[in-house]
Ligand binder design. Structure first.
Ligand code: HAM
Length: 419
């Protein structure tokens, strides 16, 4: 038997209802904040991700789905959207049309990670990217946006973590300080951290190794060595968050797994999802546009993992979305009336009524059972003496009442059903 690829999921019935409800809420909130949807191709040239996310990151070095197409081009299924959005922004000179571009997306991403609860190989993110402003109000807006969506879903066990990685110059200076601090501990570091020491020393903060954690506990923090400007920027973000009623904690070890960040970084984590606790993450990336060959343009954004959010909702017993019930089920008594039933169903469907009928040559009893099973609001029974009078019986399934309706006046039946 051929199965779906490991770490990729089929969605149907009740689960799709949950996804649709989440997508609807996300769209509404993004639109309220005046973000426009952006859609980009699922694949890109591999070098786009190498140049933006960073060659040494786990995503680029271990997790990408990369292949060579028939023309010899190296292509990668996108592991995230920020690089694609900035690529599109540059390619279409969007900065010339508007000073500020605010985009949102809801889209599948691909990373070859070890699948587990809340971690997939094809997963879905909703997210936002704003290009063209270096105002701290946009950093705050991103955090508030993400928080608002999670709150409106009803999630409770959330914490917002924020940090600042400062300017590139400040970070470069800090890297030296951190290496100096680590030198005497080098031999005790895990093998992964030894590699990171050379290539991306900040990422040692992400290590889950007990000994590394112990060593990093007393490491100097980047946040403490920020200059005046960067500190003031971070203070303003925090002030805006406080005014918005968003509780947060400063996490000086929050370095994030992608290389493009400057200044603000943030994550919202949930206690309800186990090991994969980050529901969303983001931050500012003021150098990315330039790095990808565009004119220097500040940017900030975030992305949230939809599988994890729905998992958190399930674990907190939050019901997300409800399937719309069938409004009308047409039961035909005589088999010869099946085309009449089909024709009537089409009429009601064309008038916006969710309608169902029998396709399996079922008995009248079985058709009624089916109408009950799907909890249809009304049943229209077609046949018998009534049909000879060009009438049918309309039954209201919630109170059991029924009445004869004329098939010559379907508008009246429509009104009755729409009630
Ligand atoms: P990220 O932290 O790599 O950031 O991913 C954002 C979120 O996507 C995570 O917090 C998590 O909920 C979800 N996620 C990541 N990997 C998986 C996976 N394998 N399975 C399920 N969910 C996953 C970014 O992607 C950045 N582009 C965020 C950003 C936007 N920064 C600025 N703008």
């Amino acid at each position: 038997m051929i199965k779906a690829i490991k770490g990729a999921k089929d969605l149907f019935y009740d689960e799709v209802v949950r996804w649709q409800a989440l997508e609807k809420l996300v769209r509404e909130i993004f639109e309220n904040f005046n973000y426009s949807e952006i859609r980009t191709p699922v694949f890109e040239e591999t070098r786009l991700f190498a140049r933006s996310i960073g060659e040494e990151t786990d995503i680029v070095s271990k997790e990408m789905y990369t292949f060579t197409d028939k023309s010899g081009l190296s292509i990668t299924l996108r592991p995230e959207m920020t690089a694609s959005v900035v690529r599109a922004f540059i390619e279409h000179s969007l900065g010339k049309q508007f000073n500020l571009n605010k985009f949102y997306y809801i889209a599948p991403m691909f990373r070859q990670e070890r699948p587990q609860a809340g971690r997939l190989r094809q997963f879905h993110q909703f997210g936002a990217e704003a290009l063209g402003s270096s105002s701290p109000s946009l950093d705050a807006e991103m955090i508030i946006l993400a928080y608002e969506i999670l709150k409106q879903l009803g999630l409770k066990k959330l914490s917002v973590k924020i940090n600042s990685l400062g300017s590139p110059a400040e970070r470069e200076e800090y890297r030296k300080v951190l290496r100096e601090y680590l030198k005497p501990h080098y031999d005790k570091l895990s093998e992964t951290s030894k590699v990171r020491f050379e290539k991306n020393v900040l990422r040692i903060f992400d290590s889950k190794d007990e000994r590394d954690i112990e060593i990093m506990k007393d490491a100097p923090r980047l946040l403490d060595s920020l200059g005046e400007e960067s500190s003031a920027f971070f203070e303003e973000v925090k002030e805006l968050l406080s005014k918005a009623g968003v509780e947060f904690e400063t996490d000086t070890a929050l370095v994030r797994g992608l290389d493009y960040y400057t200044h603000t970084t943030f994550e919202i984590v949930s206690e309800s999802v186990g090991a994969q606790s980050a529901l969303c993450g983001g931050g500012r990336y003021d150098l990315l546009a330039e790095q990808l060959g565009g004119t220097p343009t500040p940017g900030v954004g975030f992305a949230a993992g939809m599988e994890r959010i729905l998992l958190a909702c399930a674990n907190e017993e939050i019901e997300v979305g409800k399937k719309e019930k069938v409004k009308l089920y047409i039961v035909r008594i005589e088999k010869e009336l099946k085309n009449k039933a089909f024709e009537l169903a089409l009429f009601f469907r064309r008038h916006g009524i969710k309608t169902e009928l029998d396709y399996l040559s079922r008995s009248v009893k079985a058709q009624m059972r089916e109408a009950n099973r799907i909890e249809a609001e009304h049943v229209l029974i077609l046949g018998g003496e009534e049909f000879l009078k060009n009438e049918a019986v309309l039954k209201n399934m919630s109170d059991g009442s029924q009445k004869n309706v004329s098939l010559a006046n379907l508008e009246a039946v429509l009104k009755e059903i729409s009630g």
